[in-house]
Design a protein around this ligand. Structure first.
Ligand code: TTP
Ligand code: MG
Length: 408
């Protein structure tokens, strides 16, 4: 068996594991009465809340991540709507990642519920890649009680696509021989690094499928997208991706928090402080060239209990305005529609996580860094010389002067 699997993957074997309906599955695990029911997790207490995730029973009604909760309630009035418990999901995430660590020393966690494993040369220990994948899934099922989907391929790009194919509770192997037939019919949206901005450009060129990209002469792609991004598209459309797993102990998050001397309830003042915190996080991210996809608003209630709400963007960012507007939206979901000052906060903070390095990722893209980044960088340069408070955004001058910021 091991010889055969070596023949299947002569160079590298990469697994991508992604938990199924993660938050909703944790809720079902902790409350068996919810098993088999449509469970929707998200900002369910707010008029503007959005769905974080939905159990597969709820997806039958067309409910998905990022859908307004109001719409989800319309589609599935008998659903069970739950506000998220991020600390709990984080604890499950850690236990899952620990199990991944038992299967390979080379693992890369890419979000709360997914990660890559480099399984090259592991046949002696775990059997063929497919057997190893089944064992890993079973270990998570037995020891934690949750189901996961695994994709197996010769690189990260293909493994990540593969884990989606048989979801939920799936396992799918893309061999080097089957890779092209697997990729060809997929839409260009599935190419790593092709986001909302690039899709219309590809469509304008008549490129809708990966096969169409593959069959386009490289020179044509270069004329449209520049040589670097063209080479990127060309390689991926042929199923080539030589990225290594990122296992280094890079920072897992950048966050800034403010504790108030007196619990704060004025939404305007809170938002002014939030702007400053978002700005500090973004500045730190730019300094380290760390673009993150997940933005969290964290807070402590007057009783000291700690909470957070997160949103994951389609593309990584290190832009102050994007980080601020996302954190602001998460904050506003906690307030009544009237914005009457009714809810007190002991602490608020902004966190950026789920990093993809700029050098590796953003600069590949046609319009990689938003134009605002130029302003951000200019402000950073002034602050590097004269200190953070040398530039104050107009909004900030009106509030938040009793606030003290800590980097965590
Ligand atoms: P995903 O892995 O994208 O989704 P999922 O695990 O719920 O479902 P699937 O079976 O399709 O993998 O995201 C993992 C968790 O991250 C998800 O359970 C909730 C959270 N999340 C958000 O909070 N907002 C979002 O927009 C998305 C996509 C996920
Ligand atoms: Mg998942």
């Amino acid at each position: 068996m091991s010889a055969a699997s070596n023949k299947i993957f002569p160079d590298r074997v990469v697994f991508h594991l992604d938990m199924d309906a993660f938050y909703a599955s944790v809720e079902q695990l902790e409350n068996p009465a919810l098993v088999g029911k449509p469970v929707i997790v998200g900002g369910v207490d707010s008029p503007r809340g959005v769905v974080s995730t939905a159990s597969y029973e709820a997806r039958v009604f067309g409910i998905h991540s990022a859908m307004p909760v109001r719409e989800a309630r319309r589609r599935c009035p008998h659903g069970v709507f739950i506000s998220g418990r991020h600390e709990v999901y984080g604890q499950y995430s850690k236990r899952i990642m620990d199990i991944l660590g038992e299967y390979s020393h080379i693992i890369e966690q890419i979000s709360v519920d997914e990660g890559f494993l480099d399984m090259t040369g592991s046949e002696g220990l775990f059997g063929s890649p497919e057997q190893a994948g089944q064992r890993l899934k079973q270990a998570i099922r037995k020891r934690i009680g949750l189901s996961a989907s695994v994709g197996i391929a010769a690189n990260k790009f293909l493994a990540k696509l593969a884990s989606d194919v048989k979801k939920p509770d799936g396992l799918f192997v893309v061999t080097p021989e089957s890779a092209q037939a697997f990729l060809d019919p997929l839409p260009v949206e599935r190419l790593w690094g092709v986001g909302k901005k690039t899709v219309p450009d590809l469509h304008r060129q008549g490129l809708y499928t990966i096969q169409q990209v593959r069959l386009t002469p490289l020179s044509n792609l270069e004329a449209e997208f520049g040589s670097r991004f063209a080479a990127h598209l060309h390689g991926l459309s042929h199923g080539r991706d030589n990225r290594d797993l990122e296992t280094d102990s890079r920072e897992k998050s950048i966050s800034h928090e403010t504790t108030f001397d007196v619990d704060e309830l004025n939404p305007d003042r809170l938002e002014a402080v939030l702007l400053d915190l978002a700005d500090r996080v973004a500045r730190r991210a730019r300094r380290d060239d760390m673009a993150g996809r997940t933005i969290s608003f964290v807070w402590r209630d007057p009783d000291f209990s700690r909470h957070s709400r997160s949103r994951t963007l389609a593309e990584p960012t290190l832009n102050s305005d994007t980080i601020y507007s996302t954190a602001l939206a998460l904050f506003r979901e906690l307030l009544p529609a009237s914005r009457n000052p009714s809810r007190k906060f002991r602490l608020i903070g902004v966190r950026l996580s789920h990093f993809e390095g700029v050098g590796e990722q953003l600069s590949l893209f046609s319009d990689p860094v938003p134009k605002k980044a130029g302003i951000d960088r200019a402000m950073d340069a002034v602050r590097d010389r004269f200190g953070h408070d040398s530039i104050q955004r107009a909004r900030l001058v009106e509030g938040g002067e009793n606030a003290e910021s800590d980097k965590t």
